[in-house]
Design a protein around this ligand. Structure first.
Ligand code: MLT
Length: 326
């Protein structure tokens, strides 16, 4: 049983904690929160942001507004987010490209991903698929490799801008195959996917989230997935190892960040809302149906994401430098 004295003491401690919180954090959020998506609508970053935002908005009692700020492989939107007021009302859905690979690809990048942002949390892991337009002649990945090698000068490969996931993983695929097709940049893999479905481009690598509905609908072909295991949302798509290209191993991630200096109590509210979203059955179902991997509780928090960003910068920088000018 709690004694009266203990209850008074506890209430005092809680009041002290509340008083120590800036007023802006205490009533946060009292207006809509903008999530900058640094790519076009309809792509994986956009889709994942909208799914997370739906549930986080319910938890925080406010609307999340998605703002697509496109350009330069996601670095335009990321720069905008870095310069936003650090008040919790503008945050960004970044990814492996904007917050890791971009460091090596843009010598004059306006931001340092591991210094100029506060971490909110990892949202989803996204395996990468090798995709082609539906009437691309090769039947399987071995034939794909031979066909692309024989026709490289005639082929167009799509991506979402220098530094994007589709660009970096596309470079990896082309490097493994030893080919240099014409690269066609889009403002996101939403529009790139439309071009693939329409047959205006021949192939691309993309995060699974963007591709599941199209592959299942037969509007594009999937040759392989760049993860050690097949994905339950596309059980008939072989792994790159099974299909004969074991050196193509690729997966990406999406995560929420806030501008540097956003107060910790606000970051904590956002992280808690994200954590709740990732435990919510409906949200999980939506993410899993699209093939994404939902991080477990130990990989979700602010500290785990900060560690991931540093390790991803360290991983991608030498790979990209070794690949030479792009
Ligand atoms: C990428 O390739 O970086 C993403 O697929 C871009 C996007 O989310 O549209």
């Amino acid at each position: 049983m709690f004694s009266f004295k203990r209850i008074v003491g506890l209430a005092g401690a809680l009041m002290f904690a509340a008083a120590a919180m800036p007023a802006s954090a205490q009533d946060y959020p009292n207006r809509p929160i903008t999530i900058i998506v640094p790519f076009a609508a309809g792509g994986p970053t956009d889709v994942i942001a909208r799914i997370a935002a739906d549930n986080m908005g319910k938890t925080l009692g406010q609307t999340f507004v998605i703002e697509n700020v496109v350009g330069a492989g996601g670095t335009t939107g990321s720069t905008r987010a870095m310069r936003a007021s650090p008040d919790g009302y503008t945050i960004i859905m970044g990814h492996m490209g904007t917050h890791a690979a971009s460091v090596a690809l843009y010598p004059n990048l306006a931001y340092k991903p591991d210094v100029d942002f506060e971490t909110i949390g990892l949202v989803a892991g996204t395996p990468i698929l090798i995709l082609a337009k539906k009437d691309f002649p090769p039947k399987d990945l071995k034939e794909f490799a031979a066909y692309v090698k024989a026709n490289e000068t005639k082929l167009n490969a799509a991506h979402a801008g220098v530094g994007s996931v589709s660009h970096v993983t596309g470079l990896l695929l082309n490097h493994v195959l030893g080919v240099k097709p014409t690269l066609i940049p889009f403002q996101g893999t939403g529009p790139a996917m439309n071009a693939l479905v329409g047959g205006q481009v021949d192939y691309m690598t993309d995060q699974i989230v963007n591709a599941v509905p199209q592959v299942n609908g037969g509007t594009i072909k999937a040759y392989a997935i760049g993860t050690p295991e097949r994905n339950p949302s596309l059980p008939n798509v072989p792994t790159s190892k099974e299909a004969g290209l074991p050196d193509f191993q690729a997966s990406a991630w999406n995560a929420l960040f806030a501008p540097k200096g956003t107060p910790k109590p606000i970051l904590d509210k956002l992280s808690a809302a994200l954590d709740k979203a990732l435990s919510d059955e409906t949200t999980r179902k939506r993410l899993l149906e699209l093939g994404s991997d939902i991080p477990g509780p130990d990989r979700r928090g602010q500290a785990a994401l900060a560690t991931l960003v540093k390790s991803e910068i360290a991983k991608w920088t030498p790979i990209i430098k070794a690949a030479g000018p792009m």
